[in-house]
Write a protein that binds this ligand. Structure first.
Ligand SMILES: [Zn+2]
Length: 298
């Protein structure tokens, strides 16, 4: 077991990382406002990163909408793409694939825990292990054939990782997870870690649904020796619920910021949601400072 510490000098560096697989919804916007307020209230720096890991679900109108929504909300950032064209030219993960591939090759030389996996999604599902890969290919020792295999990392039994005051048993929640996908793209876990390292991110604000991902990334950061990530502060907040029951979803089109804006709503409505959310949550000591800043800017 290892711990990540939360002592760091200011000013902080954080990021907002929308995924262009749908229109951003109220829950996403509240996460962005909390992150932005945390950074601005401490004179830190904010990065915008658009996580287009999944080309099949990414659409240009979703990318455009990210910029439009942020502008409408008055959320400014210090680093990252300035607009749609800049994003596609210089920041898209699809154009940076070779960079991630080379990084992975370098890490591969430092550990014997990475292995190629030729199992198809269907094969894994048929094993009935609740989506957790049982390590079938661990001992096959075949060389990596990029077109037909994924690259996984071994997660031994009892890999317990402390994430934001909670213990995650990574071997039981994710198992041997994927770093490079069968469709020849970097996985979310790997690309996100590399981007956070490169951006020198020291504060990450995420929904509770990404707690297991944080554990996976901390495990990789330990394996690959990335101290900036191991020493980062991770804040996980509850998810906003749709009618108090299920989590908001991009694919369901829940309360999209686009719809709110186009229906003539004022951005204060979104700020009010963030304020209500923070008051109910109270999960970090900075909440009063965030409330004051949100109150001034709405
Ligand atoms: Zn396999």
């Amino acid at each position: 077991m290892f711990y990540n510490t939360v002592m760091r000098p200011h000013p902080i560096r954080s990021r907002i990382a929308p995924t262009p697989s749908g229109y951003i919804h109220l829950g996403n916007a509240v996460n962005f406002l909390i992150t932005w307020a945390l950074v601005r209230s401490q004179g830190g720096e904010l990065l915008l990163r658009i996580d287009d890991m999944d080309p099949a679900r990414t659409r240009p109108e979703y990318v455009e909408e990210i910029f439009r929504s942020l502008e409408w909300l008055g959320i400014g950032w210090d680093h990252g793409p300035s607009g749609v064209e800049d994003f596609y030219r210089n920041f898209s993960i699809q154009t940076r694939k070779e960079y991630y591939r080379n990084e992975l090759k370098t890490f591969q030389k430092t550990t014997d825990r990475l292995y190629a996996c030729t199992c198809s999604r269907k094969e894994i599902l048929s094993l009935n292990t609740h989506g957790i890969y049982p390590g079938t290919c661990r001992t096959l020792n075949h060389t990596l054939a990029p077109e037909h295999s994924a690259l996984r990392v071994m997660v031994p039994e009892l890999t317990n990782i402390v994430v934001d005051k909670t213990v995650v048993s990574l071997d039981k929640t994710l198992g041997d997870f994927v770093l490079w996908r069968r469709d020849d793209t970097p996985s979310y876990q790997f690309a996100s870690l590399i981007d956070d390292r490169d951006g020198q991110i020291d504060t990450v604000v995420r929904g509770d649904d990404l707690r297991n991902s944080t554990a996976a990334q901390l495990y990789l950061a330990w394996l690959f020796d990335i101290p900036s990530f191991l020493n980062a502060r991770f804040i996980h907040h509850p998810l906003m619920m749709y009618n108090g029951q299920r989590k908001l979803s991009k694919s369901e089109g829940d309360q999209s910021i686009k719809t709110l804006r186009e229906s003539g709503a004022n951005k204060a409505l979104v700020f009010n949601h963030a304020v209500t959310f923070l008051k109910a949550w109270q999960g970090i000591p900075e909440v009063p400072a965030l409330l004051e800043l949100l109150d001034n800017r709405r």
